[in-house]
Design a protein around this ligand. Structure first.
Ligand SMILES: [Zn+2]
Length: 228
């Protein structure tokens, strides 16, 4: 159903399209095991127009596809957990650090069974707060951040200030916060907090930020870049 894809928020509502930035030294591994049972990518919107109502379905992803491959003003890449809450209850999926870095923010302990209904997202009366991890990555172009949202309650397995390596487990996929179904919202931000779509494509930057982007409607490689 359509509304399932419409409720997911990053931390910073922006009123501009994602920045088109040449890839720096940062190289990202896919933040889930690439063989994991995930459903489609709901990606970053490259259309700068802010829509209202039903027109929130108007969007352009990196490959110039529209809804349901994106939705208006979406600033991250959503990977939907195949099997929804049943799969989450069966152990869910581990979320992995996309690159080496330092944990700069976490949130945990919040209700993780928020779900979509006809009014939007319903957290059954619990506060709509996302469990999350934010990692800062140093690069020659300045610090970048990767953000991991909507985690399972009490699954965050890192602490603020902790050094992590690419591939380290950060937590598990859940449905906390403004989330209509279990999924990972993965977001990349540049040194000026600008949203960057890691995917290369005709509506995005020409060079991918993934170590390997993979085929359209496939998934990037979870192979980490060479690191020291
Ligand atoms: Zn999202």
């Amino acid at each position: 159903m359509l509304f399932v894809f419409l409720a997911c928020s990053g931390p910073t509502p922006l009123d501009t399209a994602p920045a088109e930035i040449p890839r720096g030294a940062l190289s990202l591994a896919f933040p889930l095991a690439s063989s994991a049972p995930i459903d489609q990518l709901v990606g970053v919107d490259h259309d700068p127009t802010v829509q209202q109502g039903i027109d929130q379905l108007i969007c352009t992803n990196y490959a110039e596809q529209g809804f349901p491959w994106c939705y208006d003003e979406h600033h991250g890449s959503d990977y939907m957990l195949d099997g929804g809450f049943t799969a989450m209850d069966a152990g869910s999926l581990e979320i992995l650090a996309a690159a080496d870095g330092v944990v700069v923010d976490i949130e945990d302990g919040h209700y993780d069974r928020c779900h979509g209904d006809l009014d939007g997202v319903n957290c059954d009366g619990e506060p709509m707060v996302s469990n999350k991890v934010v990692i800062e990555h140093q690069s020659p172009d300045g610090p970048h951040r990767t953000l991991y949202f909507h985690m399972m309650k009490d699954s965050v397995s890192v602490a603020i200030g902790q050094q992590v390596r690419c591939g380290d487990v950060l937590g598990k996929v859940g449905s906390s916060g403004n989330s209509s179904a279990p999924h990972l919202h993965f977001e990349l931000q540049g040194p000026q907090d600008q949203v960057i779509d890691p995917y290369a494509g005709p509506a995005s930057q020409p060079e991918t930020w993934w170590t390997e982007q993979g085929a359209l409607e496939g998934y990037p490689s979870s192979q980490c870049a060479d690191s020291d």
